[in-house]
Design a protein around this ligand. Structure first.
Ligand SMILES: NC(=O)C1=CN([C@@H]2O[C@H](COP(=O)(O)OP(=O)(O)OC[C@H]3O[C@@H](n4cnc5c(N)ncnc54)[C@H](OP(=O)(O)O)[C@@H]3O)[C@@H](O)[C@H]2O)C=CC1
Ligand SMILES: Cc1cn([C@H]2C[C@H](O)[C@@H](COP(=O)(O)OP(=O)(O)O[C@H]3O[C@@H](C)C(=O)[C@@H](O)[C@H]3O)O2)c(=O)[nH]c1=O
Length: 296
């Protein structure tokens, strides 16, 4: 197993995999829009046939959480019908599919870290369509691993770290919700973990235990306000902006989609099955801030 198809080229996670996969001896075959577009299934079928992958990591997704509320059909095409087609192609080729999913499949009401066996109950269109994508990927291909991750940030793309640094540079004071808990996960760390999972599959061959849902998120958790404070504390060393960050309640920051209040996820199953544990979110933040300030 050498040739890994990575969808969502240019996105946060695919960009990480472009570095992490070669480090484990894999060839990363990156595909992105418009050559590879879930809304145009023929492009997916053509790319798959041309590249002849030996495993697939599906990083392509509709990730605009609020916009999904206005176009759930569009989000469903990307987040559910896309994985369904990929799973069918993988099953026909007899190869593994790693489908990336989200903490937003949970309602956040458990009050303790979720286990993979806990019930899902998405609160919004994004979470609903991602959950449908999990089911489609599992139903369509016996060799499917679902990796639920959370609060992904990286040196590229749209994410909370880059938003905070940009907004913090223009405003003396920010208001950030302090009652939503989760695991900020650095895309480069998640990419390293996925490459290690694929290396394990290469080493052992596909095992029945690899099929199913796994939590793949950074160690430790925080709330968005805690994350924002850590971002500005870390950025201070690079001469970054230093706004005041006020903690607020969710209702004080009105947005279209409802987010889970507590999306913490237990990571034991991933560690026990694949021997993989992600670093803490604090270590991930350090890594991403350094990448944003090379030589700083
Ligand atoms: N970002 C986050 O905080 C989290 C993400 N996840 C999941 O992790 C995975 C990777 O996310 P991340 O790297 O952050 O995502 P990004 O938003 O950074 O990248 C998504 C990629 O998907 C592509 N894409 C969007 N719609 C389609 C489509 N219809 N057909 C083909 N490609 C499409 C985008 O292309 P283009 O740039 O052209 O639009 C982009 O390349 C996704 O499955 C996401 O749901 C899970 C938890 C948290
Ligand atoms: C920019 C900003 C956001 N917020 C709040 C809004 C929201 O409740 C929370 C997070 O905001 P964002 O919209 O950046 O994050 P959001 O798009 O909800 O992030 C999610 O993306 C999808 C793709 C996932 O899968 C999730 O795991 C999660 O990462 O912070 C503030 O309180 N103050 C601010 O200045």
């Amino acid at each position: 197993m050498r040739r890994i198809l990575v969808t969502g080229q240019g996105g946060q996670l695919a960009t990480g995999l472009a570095e992490s996969l070669p480090a484990q001896g894999f060839e990363a075959l990156l595909v992105g829009q418009p050559d590879f577009e879930f809304d145009k299934p023929a492009t997916v079928i053509t790319a798959f046939a041309a590249l002849k992958p030996e495993a697939v990591v599906n990083c392509a997704a509709w990730t605009a959480v609020d916009a999904a509320e206005d176009d759930e059909a569009g989000a469903f095409r990307a987040n559910a019908l896309g994985p369904a087609l990929l799973a069918k192609l993988c099953a026909e080729a007899g190869i593994p599919l790693i489908q990336i999913s989200t903490d937003y499949v949970y309602d956040g009401l458990k009050g303790a870290p979720y286990l993979e066996s806990d019930l899902t109950n998405p609160l919004g269109a994004y979470g609903r369509t991602k959950l449908a994508g999990e089911w489609a990927a599992l139903a369509g291909n016996p060799m499917t691993s679902i990796l639920r991750t959370a609060w992904v940030f990286s040196p590229v793309g749209k994410n909370f770290v880059r938003t905070m640094l940009a907004v913090g540079a223009t405003r003396p004071e920010l208001r950030v919700v302090a009652d939503q808990h989760g695991h900020p996960t650095a895309a480069p760390d998640l990419a390293d973990a996925i490459a290690a999972i694929l290396a394990r599959i290469r080493e052992t061959g596909w095992q029945p235990a690899y099929r199913g849902v796994f939590h793949a998120r950074a160690e430790q958790s925080t709330h968005w306000h805690g994350f924002a404070e850590a971002i500005f504390a870390g950025a201070a060393r690079f001469g970054g902006p230093q706004p005041r960050v006020l903690p607020i309640a969710t209702h004080e920051y009105p947005v279209k989609a409802v987010r889970p209040a507590d999306g913490r996820m237990d990571g034991t199953k991933l560690t026990e099955t694949f021997g993989v544990t992600l670093p803490s979110w604090q270590a991930g933040l350090e890594r991403v801030l350094k990448a944003l300030h090379p030589g700083g």
